[in-house]
Design a protein. Structure first.
Length: 355
């Protein structure tokens, strides 16, 4: 999917999401970790693309066109629609600064794509002058007029459509905001999950080191106790020869060194215990984030229920409007018959008066 002619012009890291093709409302994460998202430029074709690769698979392969728009839906989340790929891409960034940089680059690339298209169209018009004959002609649109009660009926139906559409769009916007908040919490959850995995690995390593140091400490304590007993035996014997004195001094010196070593190991164990407490606090924060994510899921379900009720209300309104339309049509037909009968009656009266 990448050619040798394409060169990267900007790269960043973000969590990648795609819109659910079934519901067109919920976001589906493309991966559990943040991916590299890059802008590429093909100088030979004068084309800009956004590409993100997960393993050996292209997660994003979007060609930038002048009619695309990148929308910031929150401080750390943005999205754009790709009609060629028939999907909507969403990116969750680590900070607002990264989001702003990506949005600015999107605007620059979009403007460059627009200029490239205009330049290509100018070349086409120069090479094909016949295309300029009708390029600025505008066909007049037909004028549709309506008289009588039909015009009032058309106005009322359009107003009802506008109100119903506005209400539906408002509910969809609320649901979209709930989905975006859920995406933000999912991105933070994935980040906390990565940190938690690292902390768990470090905790396992620290526990292994603690076990090893405990074994060494036990061995040192046993050796120290043996030396203490040996020193006590030598003191009880009361030997005053020079060889015994030298051995006693060496044993005392070794005993002091072992006591210092034991003290150092005790300090390391205390430090590891304090680090372990810090990891437990991180575990508590992760559980709090999970609870918030569950609350957001409940809110999203509530919004979906409200949208379902609004759609039912819309269907009932449309049915009622159709019923009113049929009744008005019947009344109009009856009025036409009455008008026709009245016209014939007037003609008969006129004939009678003439005779």
């Amino acid at each position: 999917f990448l050619s040798r002619r394409e060169q990267p012009i900007f790269s960043t890291r973000a969590h990648v999401f795609q819109i659910d093709p079934a519901t067109k409302r919920n976001w589906i994460p493309a991966s559990k970790h943040a991916l590299t998202v890059s802008y590429f430029y093909d100088a030979t074709r004068n084309v800009y693309r956004i590409i993100s690769v997960g393993g050996t698979k292209a997660i994003i392969n979007s060609t930038i066109t002048p009619n695309m728009t990148f929308t910031k839906t929150s401080q750390k989340f943005g999205q754009w629609a790709d009609s060629r790929a028939n999907t909507v891409y969403g990116l969750g960034f680590a900070s607002e600064q990264h989001l702003s940089q990506f949005a600015e680059k999107f605007q620059e690339v979009k403007e460059a794509a627009r200029l490239a298209r205009e330049k290509s169209q100018d070349k086409t018009e120069l090479t094909n002058p016949a295309l300029n004959i009708t390029s600025h002609q505008v066909l007049p649109s037909p004028i549709i007029s309506s008289n009588g009660p039909g015009e009032d009926k058309l106005f009322r139906s359009q107003s009802a459509d506008v109100e119903i559409t506005t209400e539906k769009e408002r509910l969809k916007k609320m649901l979209s905001e709930g989905s975006v908040s859920e995406v933000q919490w999912e991105a933070e959850f994935f980040s906390l999950q990565d940190n938690n995995n690292k902390l768990v690995a470090a905790l396992h390593e620290a526990n292994a080191n603690v076990d090893q140091w405990k074994k060494q400490l036990t061995a040192y304590q046993e050796e120290t106790e043996t030396l203490r007993q040996r020193v006590a035996e030598l003191e009880s014997q009361g030997t005053h020869d020079s060889s015994s004195e030298n051995n006693k001094e060496e044993l005392s010196q070794t005993l002091e060194e072992l006591e210092l070593l034991i003290k150092a190991k005790d300090e390391e164990i205390q430090m590891l215990k304090s680090q372990k407490c810090g990891r437990w606090e991180a575990e508590g924060e992760r559980e709090e984030t999970l609870q918030k994510l569950q609350e957001l899921e409940a809110r999203n379900a509530e919004l979906e229920q409200r949208l379902h009720l609004a759609e039912q209300t819309l269907a009932e309104t449309l049915a009622e409007r159709e019923k009113m339309h049929n009744e008005v049509t019947k009344v109009a037909e009856i009025m036409d018959v009455k008008i026709f009968e009245l016209s014939e009656l007037r003609q008969g009266l006129a004939k009678l008066l003439e005779s």
